[in-house]
Ligand binder design. Structure first.
Ligand SMILES: [Zn+2]
Length: 317
């Protein structure tokens, strides 16, 4: 059993990027710096090498090949909303691999955190809303294909609906997609998750936590997962540029701690990804994304104190 909290990151996650772009690409590096400085028991791991078959399993080969070689047409690039570069082509599949690595580590340590991921708007043959490949769908399928898990719950608390994940995994009985999102927000055209919860504008901490808890129990009762991929979207925050809710730092911590505690107490491994978060002040944004890592560290410490035998069998071959 590992003693620290596994955290997955690669410096390539923050390639050089045009200043002033709406997407804060530098946030990943700032987040890693914050975690290193604030959570000494975080053990950093690089992503595993890229596994292309698991990406092709979910995405159309023509789409992946066109994106990787910089041949994606202008309309498709506009839908993604990020300027193509060699650095973007490197970081995109690498971050997918990072979510897999995080899940693989969570399978043995109970919880692990990816300092990226949560690209839930990506569809089979197109990207959308800053998302290119869907790390959640790819990782869920790979966990199942490799026999690490048999029932994967994707609990998506990003403020936007996880439309890509819902569509990619629709009809897959071994996965359950659950999305809690602001009702009046992107994407305009919704997909149908296994469980969708629309949240009203301006929702505050205590009401939000109640909805998260009720939704969590409903999803677990309906599906009984043996693995959880948790999208800890920070864009529910009151100061987020693209969110419509009014959740504070404390509200995000309470949400993240609840989900991770619930998983650990049921012996269900949980891999966290950071999801969306938008703020012109990238340091402040990095701290906001760090909340889930702090919650994971605190939850792991508390559970190890309560149960010295806390152990997750390694089902990896
Ligand atoms: Zn979002």
């Amino acid at each position: 059993m590992t003693t620290g909290l596994p955290v997955v990151f690669d410096p390539a996650y923050s390639p050089s990027f045009s200043d002033g772009h709406r997407f804060p690409m530098a946030k990943f590096k700032h987040l890693a710096d914050w975690v290193r400085a604030s959570i000494p028991a975080a053990n950093f791991y690089p992503p595993d090498s890229i596994d292309w078959p698991s990406i092709y399993r979910i995405h159309a080969r023509e789409y992946v090949d066109a994106f990787q070689s910089g041949r994606l047409d202008a309309r498709r690039l506009r839908e993604i909303g990020l300027p193509w570069s060699d650095g973007l082509a490197i970081r995109t599949p690498l971050a997918v691999s990072g979510s897999w690595t995080t899940a693989r580590l969570a399978a043995t340590s109970g919880v692990a955190c990816h300092l990226a991921g949560g690209t839930h708007h990506a569809h089979a043959d197109r990207g959308s809303g800053f998302c290119i490949y869907n790390d959640l769908a790819i990782t869920a399928r790979r966990l199942l294909d490799q026999g690490v898990a048999s029932r994967v719950l994707i609990f998506d608390c990003d403020v936007h609906q996880g439309d890509g994940t819902a569509q990619l995994l629709a009809g897959d009985a071994m996965t359950f997609t659950c999305s809690l999102h602001a009702e009046h927000n992107f994407p305009v055209r919704r997909a149908r998750s296994d469980l969708d919860v629309d949240l009203p504008d301006g929702l505050g901490d205590s009401e939000y936590l109640t909805v998260v808890q009720e939704t969590w129990f409903s999803a677990c009762q309906a599906f009984r997962p043996d693995f959880v991929l948790y999208d800890a979207g920070a864009d529910v925050h009151i100061d987020d540029v693209l969110g419509r809710l009014a959740i504070t730092d404390q509200g995000i911590y309470a949400r993240d701690r609840f989900v991770i505690d619930a998983c650990l107490s049921q012996r269900v491994p949980v891999a966290t990804v950071i999801g969306g978060g938008y703020d012109r002040d990238v340091e402040r944004l990095a701290r906001r994304h760090g909340i889930v890592v702090q919650a994971a560290m605190d939850a792991l410490t508390a559970h190890k104190t309560m149960d010295k035998h806390l152990h997750f069998g390694n089902r990896l071959a």
